[in-house]
Structures are given as structure tokens and as C-alpha cells.
Design a protein around this ligand. Sequence first.
Ligand SMILES: [Zn+2]
Length: 189
Amino acid sequence: MQKITWDIQYLSPPPAIKYCKKCGKKTEYLCSGLFRINAQRKYLDIWLIYKCLDCDSTWNMTIYSRINPKNVAPKILDGFYSNNGELAKRYAMDIELIRRNGAEIGLPKYKILGANINFGTPIELHIKSSYPSRLKVSSLLREKMNLSQNTFKQMINSGSIRSVSGLNLKKCRLQADAILIIDKWPIEG
Ligand SMILES: [Zn+2]
């Protein structure tokens, strides 16, 4: 069996979707990459700043609320003060954190790196993602394999595409790495 690996490369963190007062509707907020830190006596409040895509209104996503700075690793604390890009990305990719802050999660921009599937041979496909995301595995498969909704359904129903770990491929989102088996399939047309 041929083994193929796809790496999902995220070009942007997911937008946070929430109500914007100025726009008067739910909009996408994008991570600015900047932290805001507020010191009150011994404690710190730390936020990651988001901006409404439509009107630039800001929304501060809470990372820490009234935390004693002694309880934060010095390197991380420096990262907050210097707006370290990797640190901002780590929080911006944290779906649970965004959710706990009362926002919904939008879809990140991404690229699929890896070889195309040749339907002539059975394939073990590894889809790798360094972060859990809201991307649907079915969308990734259909996009990269250029499959119509109908063909994709037929392949799922007949078991020609299946998940080694029992994921529901019609619905599931990419939580971690996924391993799939793709059998030979007569190409459309
Ligand atoms: Zn707005």
C-alpha cells in the first residue's frame, strides 16, 4: 500500500466570530497579534487583541485575569510584553480558549501540502495538523482529490474511503492527525 502524507499548513489563525456592536451583526474578528497587559497592584490581566474585519473595532480576548506574574514563566511573560508572534499564534489557535471567551470559531485559511492521490492503487493517507481546527476532513479530501459531493458520498458509503480510527468522515473536523485508507476507485468520466 502506498503511503501519502498531507500536511495542513495554516496561513492564518481562525477568526473569532462574535457580535460587533458597531456593525450591528455577527462579524469575523481577526487576531491582531498584539497583547494588552494591565497591571493592578500585584496582579496582571492579559488579553490578546482582535479586530473586527469590517470596522476595526477591537475585542480583547482574555488569556489571564488577575494572575500573579510570579505564576507565569518569565519567558512567557516577556513574550506578552514583546508581542511575541509565536506566542500570539499559540493562543490564537487555541479553539477552547476562544470558545471560553464566548466567541464562535471561524475557518482558518490553509494550504494542503502533499502529493495528489492516484486512484490506481490503494493508499494509506495521513493528514497531519499541528492544531485541532474547525476544518472538515470531508472538505479537505474533496478539495484535494477534486471529488464531487456525490462521488465522495458514494466512496464513503461503499467504504472505499475509510478512517482507521473510526472517524465519521462525513462530519468530523480535523482534531489531530487522521489516518485514512483509500481503495482503488474508477475515476469519473
Ligand atoms: Zn464591526
